[in-house]
Design a protein around this ligand. Structure first.
Ligand code: FES
Length: 556
């Protein structure tokens, strides 16, 4: 293993590692623009310079293309390095527009950061800056500003090596070189949004976020995407202050893909996790946040009275539901079926399972919803299963008991009168039943995030469930990795996480479940399900925890 001295301290690094990564691994940051750990190294920005001493030679080199070698000495901030970086920055800024005040990247722009860190000089340019194409609509979600581009080629390499779609290229020569879509092409693929994340300046901006918020107003919460069973790691950037919403802001949103009302989530960004999603997310996950603040959100409990669904307080609705369940449970327990969506967190599924399996010994439980035939996976990240927690539901055992009725058998069981009461949790009954079957049921209890036309016409009681971003908990992805979601903000209206609704319902049924938090529920799962033994929410790190198939757990 090569021994290398960095800023006077000796370290050992694996052979083949580049100096930039070696510095990063010991907490020494080297400024860079074109280098990205998941992309081919091209060494084009020349900013990652370090001073190298080896075999009595001393020179300045770019660290992203230089491999560690035994006996090498590296200086990352010597006067010679700082001077060289200042000069490189001056070249990079020579034709860069001074539009930081109106650039979406301001506040998280690498060029801006490095200028403040190393340059801070006045411009010596007397020539007119080179003009390039501004604000080009290059794809359904992306705007390109040719003047801001520093030609680092990160986006070009991403589209060549990761998506293999090759939409962008660098054309022209010398100071006229410019990033552009290939002639007649559009930047239009399922992963296009990632080019905005890897652009180190504001050349590629996201139509959905453009002119929406200054980044310093945003707060962030780590979460997990809920739109397929991979569970890509994401960061929810949100703003709870509607101060910015005024007429003028709306008028400025000319590039937005749609004009939405006030949304708390402003954007979703990938969180790197090499074991799950690398550095990327798909556009479905990136823009799938809108359902949290959709106009159709169910904000209060609803109860059918005089053939009309009316808003009531949550305790009233829970009492009515408990009363109905009491009547349904009087005869045989086989008359009641509970269907949950694998959209529920482990904690939520377990709470439903505890009440209906452990406390009430119901056999008709299932989570195996049919998959939309239009859903397809791909060979990058998206899996063929659109549900984020199918594995968790299976391990917890949310399945029909002996002689129990599952989702597949439910239509026949309703038709024959074997089942007459349905509790459907985050699962639209129209996904697995037809309308006559739903209408044939004696009692229909729905726990949902949204109020659909269907449920408005036939639900007897509806309880409002918290939406993505509003609850804490865990998903188990298709690999068997348990990953933590943090709540970014409080649920809207009377909505609650499903485990909390189960606590309320259990009290009304005199079957007391007593959890006060998702953490407590997860500890209870550990007491019932061997794989989850000893798992605590706060101890699940950024990579998640991999649960082994033999009941052994390995850190992720
Ligand atoms: Fe090394 Fe750009 S990061 S040359």
């Amino acid at each position: 293993m090569p021994h290398v001295k960095i800023n006077g301290t000796e370290h050992e690094f694996p052979p083949g590692m580049n100096v930039l990564e070696a510095c990063r691994s010991i907490g020494v940051q080297v400024p860079h623009l074109c280098y990205h750990p998941a992309l081919k190294v091209v060494g084009s920005c020349r900013l990652c310079k370090v001073e190298v001493v080896r075999n009595d030679r001393r020179w300045i080199d770019i660290s992203c293309k230089l491999e560690v070698a035994d006996g090498m000495e590296i200086f990352t901030d010597s006067p010679a390095v700082v001077k060289a970086r200042r000069m490189t920055l001056e070249f990079l800024l020579a034709n860069h527009p001074l539009d930081c005040p109106v650039c979406d990247e301001a506040g998280e722009c690498k060029l801006q950061d490095f200028y403040f860190q190393y340059a801070l000089h006045d411009s010596r340019m007397i020539e007119v800056k080179t003009r390039k194409h501004k604000a080009q609509d290059v794809g359904p979600s992306i705007v390109l500003d040719g003047e801001r581009c520093v030609l680092c080629s990160r986006c070009v390499r991403f589209l060549a090596d990761i998506t293999h779609t090759f939409e962008l290229g660098i054309f022209g020569m010398g100071s006229r070189e410019e990033l552009s879509v290939k002639p007649g092409g559009r930047l239009d693929n399922e992963y296009a949004g990632n080019v905005v994340d890897i652009c180190p300046v504001g050349a590629l901006t996201d139509k959905d976020f453009r002119f929406k918020r200054r980044v310093w107003y945003l707060r962030s919460a780590p979460s997990v995407c809920q739109l397929c069973s991979r569970g890509c790691n994401v960061r929810i950037d949100y703003d709870l202050d509607p101060y910015h919403i005024n007429k003028r802001t709306f008028q400025m949103r000319t590039h937005r893909t749609e004009a939405t009302a006030y949304q708390r989530i402003q954007r979703v960004k990938p969180r790197p996790n090499q074991a799950v999603n690398g550095y990327w997310i798909c556009d479905l996950g990136r823009y799938g946040y809108r359902s949290t603040d959709t106009a159709d959100r169910l904000l209060t409990a609803m109860l059918r009275s005089e053939d009309e669904l009316k808003s009531v307080s949550l305790p009233d609705a829970v009492r009515a539901m408990a009363k109905g369940l009491g009547s349904a449970l009087k005869g045989t327990k086989n008359k009641l079926a509970v269907v949950v969506s694998p959209l529920l967190t482990n904690e939520e599924v377990f709470a439903v399972w505890s009440l209906f399996h452990e406390k009430l010994a119901l056999p008709n439980l299932d989570h195996r919803l049919p998959i939309d035939p239009d859903w397809t996976g791909d060979d990058l990240l998206r899996t063929p299963d659109p549900f984020p927690n199918r594995m968790g539901c299976e391990w917890i055992g949310f399945l029909p008991g002996e002689d129990g009725v599952g989702v597949k058998e439910l239509p026949d069981a309703i038709r024959s009168g074997k089942v007459d009461t349905l509790i459907s949790i985050l699962a639209d009954p129209m996904m697995f039943l037809d309308e006559p079957a739903v209408k044939r049921l004696k009692r229909r209890y729905i726990i949902a995030r949204e109020l659909t036309e269907g449920s408005r016409s036939w639900a007897d009681v509806m309880l409002p469930a918290a939406a993505w971003g509003e609850y804490r908990g865990t998903f188990t992805n298709f690999q068997g990795r348990v990953q933590r979601l943090e709540a970014a903000f409080e649920p809207l209206g009377d909505a609650r996480p499903v485990w909390s609704l189960m606590v309320e319902l259990s009290a009304a049924l005199k079957k007391n479940l007593r959890w006060k938090s998702a953490d407590e529920v997860l500890r209870s799962i550990g007491l019932s399900v061997r794989l989850f033994q000893g798992l605590a929410l706060d101890e699940i790190d950024a990579e998640g925890v991999m649960l082994g198939s033999q009941g052994k757990r390995a850190a992720g």
